[in-house]
Every structure is written in C-alpha cells, then in structure tokens.
Write a protein that binds this ligand. Structure first.
Ligand SMILES: Nc1ncnc2c1ncn2[C@@H]1O[C@H](COP(=O)(O)OP(=O)(O)OP(=O)(O)O)[C@@H](O)[C@H]1O
Length: 291
C-alpha cells in the first residue's frame, strides 16, 4: 500500500527550478530519500510537511489531498526539521509538554501519558527533568524525534537527522529509527548511505531536483553490476588516476594504490570487476553512468 503518492510535482524559487516533475510512491515502513547537498530533499520534505507552498503536481498523503486538505495531513504528520533547536532552558519533559499543547493535546492526563511513553521510546526517560542545555547532540536529536512522535502521527518525516552526530550516537540513533519503523511510516532524508543501507528496504535517489532512481536498496547496489572495478596503480600516478576516473575509494599499500572506481569499461590495465555496494549504485546513478 502506498501512503504517499506524488505525481508531477515541480517547484521553483523565482526562476530556479528546484524540483522537476517528481513521481514517487512511498510505502509503509522506512523509506530513504537519498541525494547530495542541494539535490532538493529539504524542499520536497518541506512541501510534504505542509510548510512550503507549491502549485504544480498532485500529492496524496494517506488519501488526503495535500493541496486541499493540508490541515488533515498535519494531524497525521510528525516532522523533524534539518535544523532542529529546542529551547535550552527547558527540561526535556517541559519541552514535550509545550509541543504537545501546541499540537492540540489539551487534556493534561493524556498529554502526560504520551510524553512519558515517548520519552521511554526514545530512551530519554531518565533525563526527562534535565535541562536541554545539558543534553549531548545525540540526546537533542532524540528529543527532536520525540516531539515528532507527539500526537500519534502515522507518518514521520526526518530531514538529515544524523548530520553532525559522532559515530556511536549515529548508530544509536539509527537503531532507534529502525525500531520506530515497526510502528510508524518514516521518510528519512539523508546524504549518508550508511544511514539507510541496513534499515531501509526502499529508497529514492534525488539529484538536481529529479528522481533518478526509486526501488529497493538491494537493486540500487545491483544497478552497478559490471560498472565497479578495482585496479592497482603506482602511488606516483595517484593524481592522474584521480583526475581521469570516477574513484569511489583508494587504499595505499607501500608504493602502490588500490583504487575502486566506477566506469562502463575497464578503466585501467588489469582492472577487475567487483561486487557493487549500495554506495557504488548511488554514485553510478548520481554521476549519470546509468540512465
Ligand atoms: N528559499 C530558497 N530560495 C532560493 N533557492 C533555494 C531556497 N531554498 C533552497 N534553495 C536552493 O534549492 C536547491 C535545493 O535545496 P534543498 O535545501 O532542497 O536541497 P537538499 O537536498 O536538502 O540539500 P541540503 O542537504 O544541502 O539541504 C539548492 O540549490 C538551494 O540552494
């Protein structure tokens, strides 16, 4: 079942077209929206979150027409913006009560129940009465998720939620998102492949305002079969090789360097085709190797 259906969505800022005829269908579960900086992810997410006005195209979210029934969509939506800042002088609990009231949960008992449950869900219960200024980056981000969960939304939209987190916080955050995806539909926008590779079954790749790929994460990797190569070159050739080929990674072994590259043909003498990863598939799509 598709919860979000997008047909022919376009958006311009003055003369600059940011989204170009987007066609997307998003199912229940965890959906990854991948793309480099400037691809148009935030613009798309702001439109889906009813924050940004738009005119061209059709968007349905849980059978509500986004243009005509924005109020209904807001009732079933939880949103964590890219630059989420909670007031530092509040405690975690005070902040969630405040957001809950703003979302129209006026019954004190009901709001308290939700706040406690959600604090537990995001693993912040024992810090609930601490001021937010004492929270780590990861805790603040989990509080961001918590405010999105208030009001029992059906769809949660997270814009670059792991940006700036250290590796252990990132893993913790990722596990939380994966756990939540059992109960909620989640759209996760990111430019970090590892955020989606273990947990998202379906992804879309956006670049320059266009959807270049949508499908399973596995097929995104498979798309690059016969396009990913490993070869060795002398270290002294490093700059030339890097300039002339689409290099994904390299590792130095004394005087030689082992390169991993994407190309339609063997890019270097002795190059052998290797098994592609999701990152390879993503790079191949973004760089226009695969139409
Ligand atoms: N209000 C605006 N006015 C004009 N141009 C804008 C505006 N907001 C975004 N843009 C431009 O639209 C393009 C897409 O931006 P957007 O923020 O949607 O991309 P993104 O994929 O979310 O990237 P990032 O991760 O860097 O935020 C960029 O070129 C950006 O400069």
């Amino acid at each position: 079942m598709y919860n979000v259906k997008i047909k022919g969505l376009s958006k311009s800022y003055r003369n600059f077209q940011v989204l170009k005829d987007i066609q997307l269908q998003i199912e229940t579960g965890l959906f990854g929206l991948l793309g480099p900086n400037g691809a148009g992810k935030t613009t798309l997410i702001k439109i889906l979150s009813t924050i940004l006005p738009w005119k061209e195209g059709e968007v349905t979210i849980y059978d509500y027409d986004l243009l005509k029934e924005g109020d209904k969509v807001r009732e079933i939506l939880g949103y964590l913006p890219q630059n989420f800042h909670a007031p530092l002088q509040f405690t975690g609990k005070e902040f969630l009560h405040y957001v809950g009231s703003m979302k129209g949960i006026t019954d004190n008992q009901e709001r308290s129940k939700q706040v406690e449950r959600i604090l537990e869900e995001v693993n912040l219960l024992q810090h609930a009465n601490q001021k937010i200024k004492s929270f780590s980056g990861g805790m603040k981000r989990r509080l961001g998720i918590a405010q999105a969960l208030l009001g029992n939304p059906k769809l949660i939209i997270l814009d670059e939620p792991t940006a700036g987190l250290d590796p252990s916080e990132r893993i913790r955050f990722r596990n939380l998102i994966e756990k939540l995806s059992k109960d909620y539909s989640i759209i996760l926008s990111t430019h970090i492949i590892s955020d989606i590779e273990s947990s998202c079954e379906k992804v879309a790749v956006l670049n320059n305002g266009k959807v270049l790929y949508q499908g399973t994460t596995d097929s995104l990797a498979k798309i690059a079969v016969n396009y990913v190569w490993e070869f060795q070159a002398l270290y002294s050739e490093y700059d030339n090789v890097e300039r002339e080929h689409l290099i994904i990674s390299s590792r130095r072994e004394k005087d030689i360097v082992v390169f991993r590259a994407i190309a339609k043909e063997p890019p270097y003498k002795g190059a052998i085709a290797v098994q592609p990863t999701i990152e390879d598939g993503y790079m191949a799509v973004i760089n226009g190797m695969i139409q």
